[in-house]
Design a binder for this molecule. Structure first.
Ligand code: SF4
Ligand code: SF4
Length: 138
């Protein structure tokens, strides 16, 4: 910065107003752990990039399992019963995701603290603060 250019915020003596900081988004209906779930609520499941990778891997395993079952002549009911007996082991997904945080009570479809209705909160955009889509309430 040269002496003539002055301070970056005053522009060499002329004071400028800083843009106001947005209010925190916490309290918005679309706020979840600092992330914005607006797009996911608008079009659930549309953004593949939001999906929990561990759940996606499980779904892929199930699809492959069904295909193998069909080639062995299993009915969908038989394949479903076999899958049910194995799904508990398959849900042991902690090793498949570096960001997996186990829930204390291991509740829910995927027992990870970042999991919400099929999506991974870590893959959702960060809420930059209160915006025009803000709706009060949870
Ligand atoms: S951190 Fe949790 S919710 Fe996110 S992808 Fe991994 S297992 Fe799924
Ligand atoms: S304030 Fe805006 S960006 Fe933040 S969670 Fe709500 S809708 Fe999303």
């Amino acid at each position: 910065m040269s002496a003539a250019s002055g301070h970056p915020w005053t522009g060499g003596g002329v004071s400028r107003t800083l843009p106001p900081l947005p209010l925190p988004g916490r309290g918005c209906r679309y706020w979840a752990a600092g992330r914005c779930i607006y797009e996911e609520r608008l079009n659930p499941g549309l953004h593949a990039g939001f999906a929990c990778t561990a759940l996606q891997a499980l779904a892929d395993s199930f699809d492959a399992f069904v295909v193998r079952g069909e080639s062995l002549g299993l009915s969908s009911e038989e394949a479903g019963r076999i899958w049910e007996r194995r799904v508990d082991a398959a849900l042991n997904i902690g090793l498949d995701c570096a960001n997996f945080i186990p829930l204390p009570d291991e509740a829910g479809d995927v027992p990870c603290a970042h999991f919400l209705d099929g999506v991974c909160l870590l893959r959702m955009p960060v809420c930059p603060g209160r915006c025009r889509r803000f709706v009060a309430g949870f």
